[in-house]
Write a protein that binds this ligand. Structure first.
Ligand code: ADP
Ligand code: MG
Length: 405
């Protein structure tokens, strides 16, 4: 298919001239959709991730107008106000961040027209307006009228064609912020011009949720490693007993097709050698570690075994580019987390030896973070759904809408 838009084809914040920024009102779409408990932010990673873009704009005397969604509001509700974000952002920046009373309207307009160079205003929750998710053209135009330049730094929402992620870009010079730029730059290069050997590790729960990723990557990689719950659909497709393991019977043909395609393409298709089997995913211990051809009928596969981990050390040993999506086993249960931990450690080692290592996907990133290994990867994608769609080779509307270089 057509090549999706990447950093190579779109303008980024560093392409803006001093004149395009100084004293200009710059609308920044950020992802401040932070977790809240009793009105307190429990994890401010997403706010911190946007600081480079905000600081860059402040340093260049722009007037910074920030926009984000938060939660799933039904109308203008106080519990979905961005007030906690304004407070936290003020602390992180060491300067006042004014919270606008609304997203659009006369009061907001006069507030932003009163801004001075270096001022920061945070608009209220864009999803207070149902027009946001409908990408309503009139709403997008009103948002655009607040500013003179548009910066999209919300990678996590870039797979949605909403007014503040896509519609607004029609009306203004539109560029990628640092966070969004890094995402599409690192992942785009890996997909388009990888240093080889290029290995993908795809795990997680289901084949069905990764069909697009598997189909896209099988045409690009040298080796494809299968992990997680989807292992068993591939094993069953080869006629093996999978016991009580997670399996998708309606995906057996697809699994066969993928293995056939790998063979035709000369892609090494790497299935586990051994499996930890347990009574349930919540069991405190595994019953046994068995060969993939010897899974007992009354047990389920919950993680990959030590022989597989050794095999993966070989498969990944000379890899120059690795993309990993989906845990190797039921990592939430400490008894079944070893496969996922081992892969994270192997990849950390590859990074130290100069390989490009990328991890994407909500649960995979959570796993790597909980193991304290996130900073050992070249890139940890901040967008769950957005990184999956990117790996599927789909064009992200929020990226497509940006101005061409
Ligand atoms: P990501 O969010 O990184 O894309 P997924 O959502 O596809 O990953 O999959 C993550 C889930 O897969 C985890 O909750 C994990 O427990 C589950 N999983 C991994 N291996 C197995 C398995 N053998 N059986 C059942 N579930 C599994
Ligand atoms: Mg997930």
């Amino acid at each position: 298919g057509p090549m999706p838009a990447t950093a190579l084809s779109k303008r980024s914040i560093e392409d803006l001239s001093q004149d395009e920024l100084a004293n200009k009102r710059v609308l920044v779409r950020a992802d401040f959709n932070v977790p809240l408990k009793d009105g307190q932010i429990t994890d401010d990673t997403r706010i911190r991730a946007t600081l480079p873009t905000i600081r860059y704009l402040i340093d260049r005397n722009a007037k910074v107008i920030l926009a984000s969604h938060l939660g799933r509001p039904k109308g203008k509700s106080p519990e979905t106000s961005l007030a906690p974000v304004a407070k936290r952002l003020s602390e992180l920046l060491g300067r006042e961040v004014k919270l606008a009373p609304d997203v659009i309207g006369d009061e907001v307009t006069s507030l932003v027209h009163g801004m001075k160079a270096g001022d920061v205003v945070l608009l209220e929750n864009v999803r207070w307006y149902p027009e946001e998710e409908k990408n309503d053209p009139e709403f997008a135009k009103q948002l655009a009228e607040l500013a003179e330049v548009y910066v999209n730094d919300a990678f996590g929402t870039a797979h949605r064609a909403h007014a503040s992620t896509a519609g607004v870009a029609k009306h203004l010079p539109a560029v990628a912020g640092f966070l969004l730029h890094k995402e599409i730059d690192v992942m785009g290069k890996a997909l388009e011009a990888p240093e080889r050997p290029f290995v993908a590790i795809i795990g997680g729960s289901k084949v069905s949720s990764k069909i697009g990723v598997l189909k896209n990557l099988i045409d690009k990689v040298d080796r494809l490693v299968i992990g997680g719950g989807m292992i068993f659909t591939f094993l069953k497709a080869q006629g093996l007993e999978v016991g009580k393991s997670l399996v998708e019977d309606d995906k057996l043909d697809l699994a066969r097709d993928l293995m056939k395609r790998a063979k035709e393409k000369g892609v090494e298709f790497v299935l586990p050698l051994d499996i930890l089997v347990a009574k349930s995913i919540t069991s405190e211990v595994a019953e046994d570690t068995v060969d993939i051809a010897a899974i007992p009928a009354d047990l389920m596969g919950v993680d990959v075994g030590p022989l597989t981990i050794d095999r993966l050390k070989q498969v990944l040993g000379d890899a120059k580019t690795v993309i990993w999506n989906g845990p190797m086993g039921v990592f939430e249960n400490p008894a079944f987390a070893e496969g996922t931990r081992a892969v994270a450690q192997i990849l950390a080692d590859r990074t130290a030896h100069g390989a490009i290592t990328i991890v994407g996907g909500g649960d995979s990133v959570a796993a790597v973070e909980s193991m304290g290994l996130a900073d050992k990867f070249t890139h940890v994608s901040t967008g769950g759904g957005a990184s999956l769609e990117f790996l599927e080779g789909l064009e992200l509307p929020g990226v497509a809408a940006l101005s061409a270089k």
